[in-house]
Design a protein around this ligand. Structure first.
Ligand SMILES: Nc1nc2c(c(=O)[nH]1)N(C=O)[C@@H](CNc1ccc(C(=O)N[C@@H](CCC(=O)O)C(=O)O)cc1)CN2
Ligand SMILES: Nc1ncnc2c1ncn2[C@@H]1O[C@H](COP(=O)(O)OP(=O)(O)OP(=O)(O)O)[C@@H](O)[C@H]1O
Length: 194
């Protein structure tokens, strides 16, 4: 088993042990902290995602951003695990999709729509002190980060995690790109090397 696979298993198991109350509390604090990021205050467009299962909750944050008039883009999973994007138009416009996900029902904007985002909020399972992120392993966000880099987009990259998911070291591969910021209930960290 690769180092990434073992760490993913461990962290997913830990998320399954969190109570609904833990998850609810984390979601409220994460929304507040994310809204305090100066990059978000400046943003006209933010790329985010709809949390599912044991992920730190993003639903309160999505609504708060939309209420501020920020355009929120959400991922739409393509058959090859790449990501298309569509606008968040409220919880009532989210529909169940594959793999337990919720996706917006509106117009698909294309894989390059994410280049419009000033801030990209990424899902993850862990990050280390260099900003190296462990994802679920589909490589979806690896492709997004590659696209942003190629376009010189300059978006702020922020991963939303629980406190214990900021770890000593994430095993990295050549395609991995660091994120700039980790937002957890305990605080916001910025990484030097990113
Ligand atoms: N909320 C959210 N949306 C996201 C991602 C994510 O990690 N979280 N993705 C990040 O790239 C993309 C989708 N990729 C995914 C890859 C694997 C699984 C997955 O393993 N799902 C489980 C069931 C869900 C659960 O209960 O944990 C499964 O299929 O067994 C889900 C999404 C785009 N949207
Ligand atoms: N730019 C890319 N285009 C296509 N496939 C890629 C790209 N970057 C990485 N991959 C592939 O995606 C797979 C998963 O990579 P990895 O384990 O690093 O995912 P992750 O970063 O943990 O997950 P995610 O990016 O979905 O959050 C690997 O097989 C990798 O080769």
């Amino acid at each position: 088993m690769s180092g990434k696979t073992a760490l993913r298993r461990e962290l997913l198991a830990a998320r399954r042990l969190l109570s609904e109350e833990d998850a609810r509390n984390a979601s409220a604090v994460l929304a507040r902290r994310a809204l305090e990021l100066p990059e978000i205050a400046e943003a006209r467009t933010v790329a985010a995602y709809v949390s599912v299962g044991g992920e730190p909750g993003t639903r309160a944050l999505l609504d708060a951003l939309r209420e501020r008039g920020v355009r929120v883009l959400l991922p739409v999973l393509l058959p090859d695990d790449d990501l298309d994007w569509a606008a968040y138009e409220g919880a009532e416009r989210l529909v169940p999709a594959g793999r337990g996900l919720l996706e917006p029902d509106g117009a698909r904007l294309g894989v390059d729509a994410v280049l419009q985002a000033r801030v990209v909020l990424l899902p993850g399972l862990a990050v280390d002190g260099r900003g190296m992120r462990l994802g679920r392993g589909g490589g979806s966000y690896d492709r997004v980060l590659g696209r942003l880099e190629k376009a010189g987009a300059g978006a702020a990259l922020a991963v939303l995690l629980y406190d214990h998911e900021v770890v000593g070291r994430v095993p990295e591969e050549p395609h991995d790109r660091p994120v700039h910021i980790a937002v957890t209930p305990g605080g916001t960290r910025r990484f030097e090397s990113a």
